[in-house]
Design a protein around this ligand. Structure first.
Ligand SMILES: NC(=O)c1ccc[n+]([C@@H]2O[C@H](COP(=O)([O-])OP(=O)(O)OC[C@H]3O[C@@H](n4cnc5c(N)ncnc54)[C@H](OP(=O)(O)O)[C@@H]3O)[C@@H](O)[C@H]2O)c1
Length: 331
């Protein structure tokens, strides 16, 4: 049997392009004791893959949802689904050995019922936990707070905004598309949105936050974040989750941040979601419960065909109105 595998063919320089990747075929070895064979159903593309690339010539890393089709390990029975850090490949011989980036062993999906298994890559996986732990533990929202989230129409951002609503906060999302912004309000319970591409962005942000900002969940960095930092209330909390505006070596442009942070006694804290690895199930279970209660919605942007994985990844950095929620590839 052969596995299709996408390797990093050439080092990234600036924005990723198709030429950075190559599709190759690999032999799938026979199983040894303790191993199982997983067939990919959904492959994840995530912004961090641009920041922490694999070595040139190696398969691109990342999570996938896969079906176990052969097994010599009773913890991974045939027919079950796992989320595993198997990377961009169609077939994987795996064991309990943790993945090399997130360092989790493959996790058997449980309790999904009618929910799509692809959610294990999004709201019921790493990005959902990023929203859950990063927002609640670092922003420490209080009822009535004004919460601003950038990258609001992505998986992390749209989940943060809805959790903030569950916490009875006022939520303003920042996105680069009016279509996405209107959807945040009509479907995802946001109170308002601001388009960072608008020439009047700073003014519109001020209008949308008449009581200024208590919590800022930052997914994008750069100028957008400088603007928000100048709107912080005293003792505001800022969670630095990501800085996608800087990931493609776009020269950093941001006004001075120290003075507004000092004046408002703001606490800024960066995090990686793996900080909460020992409580991982808490986030997944709580997000699943909120989904079942109808308090948390999810959106997925599903790209069809393994051969389109690189394109789906490239689109994370500029698909305009198209990408909303978690981007996954249906193999
Ligand atoms: N700290 C952690 O442990 C952790 C874990 C997971 C994710 N993250 C970070 O969280 C952020 C969101 O992740 P996600 O998976 O939900 O991805 P995502 O938000 O779906 O990322 C893609 C979106 O980012 C926006 N974007 C792209 N280029 C931009 C730019 N130059 N300026 C502003 N926005 C831009 C685009 O939306 P618009 O159309 O609105 O521009 C695009 O659709 C990323 O920064 C990611 O690296 C951190």
């Amino acid at each position: 049997m052969k596995s299709s595998v996408i390797i990093l063919h050439k080092k990234f320089e600036g924005f990723p392009t198709e030429s950075n990747f190559e599709l190759v075929q690999e032999d799938v070895p026979p199983l040894k004791d303790g191993e199982f064979l997983a067939q990919a159903e959904y492959v994840s593309v995530d912004p961090y893959m641009r920041v922490f690339p694999v070595e040139v010539g190696k398969p691109v890393g990342g999570d996938q949802v896969a079906k176990i089709i052969e097994s010599k390990n009773e913890k991974y029975p045939v027919g079950k689904y796992v989320v595993g850090e198997f990377g961009w490949r169609t077939h994987t011989v795996a064991s309990e050995t943790p993945g090399s980036f997130f360092n989790f062993p493959p996790r058997v999906l449980r309790g999904y019922g009618d929910l799509p298994k692809s959610l294990g890559l999004g709201i019921l996986g790493m990005p959902g936990n990023t929203a859950y732990f990063g927002f609640l533990r670092i922003c420490k929202p209080v009822e009535g707070n004004t919460v601003v989230v950038s990258g609001a129409a992505g998986c992390v951002g749209s989940t943060v905004g809805q959790i903030a609503k569950i916490m009875k906060c006022k939520v303003v999302g920042i996105t680069g598309s009016d279509i996405k912004g209107r959807r945040l309000i009509s479907e995802f319970n946001f109170d308002a949105y601001v388009n960072y591409k608008s020439p009047n962005f700073q003014h519109e942000l001020t209008e949308a936050t008449p009581d200024k900002v208590d919590c800022y969940f930052d997914n994008v960095g750069g100028e957008v974040s400088s603007a928000v930092l100048n709107r912080m209330n005293k003792f505001g909390r800022v969670a630095i989750c990501g800085a996608i505006s800087t990931y493609n070596n776009v020269p950093g442009k941001a006004s001075e941040v120290q003075t507004p942070v000092k004046i408002a006694h703001v606490r800024m804290e960066g995090f990686s979601v793996t900080r909460w690895r020992n409580q991982w199930d808490e986030g997944i279970q709580q997000n699943m419960e909120w989904i079942r209660q109808g308090n948390l919605k999810y959106a997925e942007c599903i790209s069809d065909g393994f051969e389109n994985t690189a394109k789906a990844f490239i689109d994370l950095f500029g698909a305009g109105d198209r990408n909303f929620g978690k981007v996954v590839v249906k193999v």
